[in-house]
Design a binder for this molecule. Structure first.
Ligand code: NAD
Length: 485
């Protein structure tokens, strides 16, 4: 099994209006295996006209979809949840192939990603408004919720399934139609998901998938169209800013899930072994290619050496290799550029005075590998503490006081995830209130949960995915004034 069997004949094409078809002009886009740089397969390379066709289909399907009973919309998602769960191994293999992560890691993403469909299948039937008497008496105020309308979803390569389901799930539940553009590096999982949703009974035109090598032309064309009502994007802050600017003309609703630069604080009263366990998850989930990945380890001077040595021992015990091979813990990064960027940040940190505890050197040979790396005594101003690393590197910087730790943690343009290890309850409350991040993990290295609102502040964007908040991103409010008899 390699997961490619999830895609039937013709399903490496575009999925528009319930049909699979070639791109205009027949262009193809190669999908590369990051473990050796070879071509895995290819998919349709959609054009701007294909994008407009997809939006046409979404617009045409919108009114009927909005009228479909919530229970029906929810049941389609529930069926899709079961189908993904039944085919977890195939989805895991497919993601491992196109993205590089290990099959075990990919299985975790399948569970997480599918759960958004189950959660929003349950939310579809709980969309509700309000009824109240006007304060001065007389009229009655009725508040109703309606789907926003046709949406554009642009997703990244690092979680090819989950970054799709957490947008598609609430949109389907709310009664919105959509055009999805997956990352050009990892289009296969999204195509397999489209085929599965069709099988689950999603009507033609509700979901349209356009795989393409186009970036700005694609988003500019769709965002200039007044029929598109919402854009939800997960990716880098730079691209997020472009999409926000492009939304100005048509004033589209936006959800922006952008980059992160998560601090991981270890205080002098922490259980250091538990902190090392948490660090392994927060750092090494998805090889560090996660927006929630712990990027800056801020450790109290009294435990920094112990924490660094224990983390180094665990990190250097990991086996790097092809994600589909048994016994491998860490797969390749997504591409050559990613390896170069991580290598440069590590070289600069060492130049700035950091000590290498383990790793620190990309291997030669095929594939885009980088070893798990721990750096001790990294100066706070080193570039690795400023930029998002997006790789398996843990830079450790020491602090002396809680006030200093909080100040350093907040000293970033980003505000997505943060982590802290302490056994002091009062400090926990102070941290939760003082950390300028959308998410705070206390004594926990894993914070993502479909039942909780995921999202950031500052340059990490705005909007929330998951939780009770997730569906609100896809609903508009209409207020109706009613005279009272
Ligand atoms: P990216 O911004 O380069 O690309 C994301 C997507 O945007 C891809 O589909 C890409 O093809 C598309 N894209 C790029 N330029 C575009 C344009 N001008 N118009 C339309 N689409 C365009 O990001 P990436 O390298 O794929 O992903 C890594 C980034 O994503 C990291 O910064 C990471 O932190 C962030 N991320 C954030 C979250 C979150 O929830 N906050 C989750 C995962 C990843």
């Amino acid at each position: 099994m390699n997961g490619l069997d999830l895609l039937g004949p013709g399903q490496r094409g575009l999925y528009i209006g319930g049909s699979w078809r070639e791109a205009e002009g027949g262009g193809r886009l190669e999908v590369i295996d990051p473990a050796d740089g070879s071509v895995l397969t290819d998919v349709a390379d959609g054009t701007v006209n294909d994008a407009v066709d997809a939006l046409d289909a979404a617009v045409e399907a919108q009114a009927a979809w909005a009228r479909t009973p919530p229970r029906e919309r929810g049941e389609i998602l529930r069926t899709a949840f079961s189908l993904i769960t039944d085919r977890a191994d195939q989805f895991a293999h497919l993601m491992s192939l196109e993205m590089g992560k290990t099959v075990a890691e990919a299985r975790g993403e399948v569970t997480y990603g599918a759960e958004f469909f189950r959660w929003f299948s349950e939310e579809a039937v709980r969309i509700h408004g309000r009824w109240m008497q006007a304060p001065a008496g007389g009229s009655r105020l009725l508040t109703i919720k309606k789907p926003v309308g046709p949406c554009l979803f642009i997703t990244p390569w690092n979680f090819p399934l989950a970054m799709g389901t957490r947008k598609i799930g609430p949109a389907v539940a709310a009664g919105c139609t959509m055009v999805v553009k997956p990352a050009s590096q990892t289009p296969l999982t999204m195509l397999a998901l489209a085929a599965l949703l069709e099988e689950a009974g999603l009507p033609a035109g509700v979901l349209n998938v356009v795989t393409t090598s186009l970036h700005s032309e694609f988003s500019e064309t769709l965002q200039s169209d007044d029929r598109l009502r919402k854009v939800s994007f997960t990716g880098s802050t730079g691209v997020g800013r472009i999409l926000v600017r492009q939304s100005a003309e048509q004033l589209q609703r936006l959800s922006m899930e952008l980059g992160g630069n998560a601090p991981f604080l270890v205080f002098e009263d922490a259980d250091v072994d538990a902190a090392v366990d948490g660090a392994m998850i927060a750092k090494m989930r998805n090889m560090g290619e996660a927006c929630t990945a712990a990027n800056r380890f801020l450790v109290h001077r009294s435990v920094a050496q112990e924490f660094g040595e224990k983390l180094g021992k665990r990190m250097s015990g990991l086996t790097v290799g092809r994600g589909q091979d048994d016994g491998v813990d860490v797969g390749p990064l997504i591409d050559e550029r990613a390896v170069e960027s991580v290598s440069q940040l590590v070289t600069d940190a060492v130049h700035d005075g950091a000590t290498v505890v383990c790793g620190g050197q990309a291997p030669t040979g095929p594939g885009y590998f980088y070893p798990p790396t721990v750096l001790l005594d990294v100066p706070p101003e080193s570039e690795i503490n400023v930029q998002e690393v997006f790789g398996p590197v843990a830079p450790i910087t020491v602090f002396d006081t809680e006030e200093e730790a909080i100040r350093r943690a907040n000293d970033t343009e980003y505000g997505l995830a943060s982590y802290a290890y302490t056994r002091d309850l009062s400090r926990t409350i102070r941290l939760a209130e003082a950390l300028e991040f959308g998410m705070v993990g206390i004594n926990s290295g894993l914070i993502s949960n479909p039942a909780a609102p995921f999202g950031g502040v500052k340059a990490s964007g705005f909007g929330r995915e998951g939780g009770f908040e997730g569906i609100e991103e896809y609903l508009e409010t209409t207020y109706v004034a009613l005279p009272a008899g």
